[in-house]
Design a protein around this ligand. Structure first.
Ligand code: CO8
Length: 257
């Protein structure tokens, strides 16, 4: 069903997508991007999946767009393609996406990780935007999301020199949530996903939605948006259940509505 991915549904409501092009360091060719979008959409539509983990392998999360495919590309082709719609589709995923990053996360690979909601890194992770070495620049959020996250000066250094950050540096600058030994990074990401999968799904969805709003709205607009989502949750059965269960000192049983 997938040529460049290994996709499975794990216990505890977690969907796992592994990018699997080891000979190309999981470079994101078009076929792989097509499959990632297809796999995410399938998990979005599956009520049994409540959170999604996206990973590569120990050596690479993804070493960027596939440079061989960019060799013959020209402006009209880049403009007419549907690549950017795919990135937008991933950005609009309503279920939490957790990136488990080991080894190289470069160029489009780092941009893909930055589209996720939580990033767990192994100690071996190397994160960078080396496009400048190819005579181009980041095109899927690498100048925007990275700058919002690490600030102007480090973003300038990374994008203009192509220098990769170590996992520890990335952690210090808030680019990853945590750094764990390489043997555990995937398990750690799956554990976080399982933890989220246990929560009330509509609350998770609206909370994620509100946090993403904070990326591109002034505070006042964001606060109004947050309040709207907050009110909406008062119409759910899960809100009744969550509060009743707390008062009755028992575990809630979520219905997802
Ligand atoms: N594309 C294609 N093949 C790749 C890529 C890549 N991005 N990265 C590595 N490979 C291949 C290598 O060519 C090599 O193949 P072969 O064995 O046939 O020679 C194999 O993977 C193993 O790689 P190396 O032998 O180079 O491994 P090293 O450990 O020596 O080096 C590096 C690892 C440092 C990661 C090195 O491979 C490298 O610099 N790779 C390129 C990284 C890069 O420049 N990435 C950015 C690409 S541009 C981009 O991502 C733009 C995104 C735009 C997004 C918007 C799209 C719409």
């Amino acid at each position: 069903m997938y040529e460049n991915l290994i996709v499975e549904t794990l216990e505890g409501g977690v969907g796992l997508i592994r990018i699997h092009r080891p000979k190309r360091l999981n470079a994101l060719n078009q076929a792989t991007m097509d499959e990632i979008v297809r796999a995410v959409r399938a998990f979005e539509a599956d009520d049994a999946v409540r959170a999604i983990v996206l990973t590569g392998d120990e050596r690479a999360f993804a070493a960027g767009a596939d440079v061989t495919e960019m060799d013959g590309a020209n402006v009209p082709e880049m403009l007419s393609g549907y690549r950017f719609e795919q990135w937008e589709t991933l950005r609009r995923t309503t279920k939490p996406l957790i990136a488990a990053v080991s080894g190289f996360a470069l160029g489009g690979g780092l941009e893909l990780a930055m589209l996720c909601d939580i990033i767990v890194a192994s100690e071996t992770a190397r994160l960078g935007q080396p496009e400048i070495n190819l005579g181009i620049m980041p095109g899927a959020g690498g100048t925007q999301r990275l700058t919002r996250q690490v600030g102007k000066y480090l973003a300038m250094e990374m994008v203009l020199t192509g220098r990769m950050l170590t996992a520890e540096e990335a952690y210090r600058h808030g680019l990853v949530n945590r750094v764990v030994p390489v043997e555990f990074y995937l398990e750690e990401a799956i554990q976080i996903a399982r933890e989220i999968a246990k929560k009330a799904p509509v609350a998770v969805r609206l909370a994620k939605d509100a946090i993403l709003k904070a990326e591109d709205t002034p505070l006042e607009v964001g606060l109004a948006y947050e309040r709207h989502n907050f009110y909406l949750l008062f119409g759910t059965e899960d809100k009744q259940e969550g509060i009743r269960a707390f008062l009755e000192k028992r575990k809630p049983e979520w219905k997802g509505r």
